[in-house]
Design a binder for this molecule. Structure first.
Ligand code: PHE
Length: 351
């Protein structure tokens, strides 16, 4: 009778141990059979009530059963522990052979790259860099440059005036001419390049209220228009390539006399005439001229003994030209998708 019962127990234990899904399951199987109130444990306590013969027989059976249960459960637990460990390792594993994730290293903005390229051209020609404040004294921005109050030329400038009396967001980089002359204190030669921001109150497809200019000023004995033209043509070829043509047109600026603007062949049509150049084949890129005698005087130089030239150029226009960008506003929308196109190193110094 007992034999059959224990045979059933043995099957139960085996089935339960083998079907357990986790260490916790195995623990409750162990508890059910071998715990302090477990079935085998209880049955062993009952042995005392049996006759000597029965006790020996049943005791032996129970011992086998307990050994079987202990042994099986031990093995199952070991197995389960290994399984659980490898399952966990699997979940935590990562492929060490995958390439790493590069942090974005960033790129220089096309305007910065263009500015550096221009600087590089002029540093090689013996110029040095000069800087001035963006919030400028009206005297430096206008009066010293021959633009008196009420002079119609002030209308060309669309100034941003600010809450500081007598101050203005500089409308061009030309005030740096005066500051440089003062700093050079009458010594020769003056040969400076002044890149920086300028501010004007207009905003459309070809103008933004904050833009970049680069100003150049040269003063020495015997500087002539030929020096200006030579410098500008050299710059145009260095920046835009040997095949670009330049043309000079008479113009007007209060601080230069004579004044001229330089055009370069249109990049879109190569001079044939198209929408970009309004059919002329030419695109204007800068204003320039021989420094007005009064401006020299304002800077502390004597126009009887020295002369000079100056020019001011918009950096955005040059950047658009170099990188083939057709809308000025694209440079200021900070669209990384767009800007990252201009990240490759071109092999040119500063770019
Ligand atoms: N300052 C002028 C402008 O912003 C450009 C210029 C600079 C013209 C120097 C002549 C000489 O339009």
């Amino acid at each position: 009778m007992n034999g059959e019962k224990f045979e059933g127990w043995r099957e139960d234990i085996t089935r339960q141990a083998l079907s357990a899904q986790s260490l916790t399951d195995l623990q409750s199987v162990r508890h059910h059979w071998l715990g302090r109130r477990g079935k085998i444990t209880e049955a062993m306590k009952e042995l005392a009530k049996l006759s000597l013969d029965d006790r020996r027989l049943v005791g032996k059976e129970l011992n086998f059963l307990r050994e079987h249960a202990t042994d099986l459960l031990n093995r199952c637990e070991k197995n389960m522990a290994l399984q659980e460990e490898s399952r966990q390792l699997e979940a935590e594993s990562y492929d060490m052979t995958l390439p790493g994730i590069w942090p974005g290293t960033g790129l220089l903005h096309p305007i910065t790259r263009t500015r550096r390229l221009i600087e590089d051209v002029f540093l090689r020609m013996g110029f040095s860099l000069e800087y001035g404040p963006e919030i400028e004294d009206e005297w430096y921005n206008f009066e010293a440059l021959n633009i008196p109050a009420n002079h119609p030329a002030r209308d060309m400038q669309d100034s941003f005036f600010i809450d500081l009396p007598g101050m203005v967001m500089r409308t061009h980089t030309s005030p740096v001419q005066i500051r440089a002359m003062q700093r050079y204190g009458g010594t020769l030669p003056v040969r400076i390049l002044a890149p920086g921001r300028a501010f004007r109150r207009d905003d459309d497809a070809t103008h933004v209220p904050m833009f970049f200019q680069v100003e150049a000023l040269v003063i020495d004995r015997g500087i002539s228009l030929a020096d200006l033209k030579g410098t500008l043509s050299t710059m145009a070829h260095e920046l835009l390539g040997d095949d670009v043509n330049t043309r000079f047109r008479p113009s007007y600026f209060p601080f230069t006399e004579p004044s001229m603007e330089m055009d370069v062949t249109c990049a879109s049509c190569r001079g044939e005439g198209c929408r970009v150049c309004k059919g002329t084949g030419w695109v204007e890129i800068l204003g320039s001229g021989m420094v007005h005698p009064q401006v020299l005087r304002n800077g502390g130089y004597d126009p009887e003994t020295v002369s000079g030239f100056a020019f001011g150029m918009g950096i955005e226009r040059v950047a658009m030209r170099i990188f083939g960008i057709d809308d000025l506003r694209l440079l200021y929308q900070n669209d990384m998708e767009f800007l990252s196109q201009f990240g490759s190193y071109t092999g040119r110094p500063g770019l």
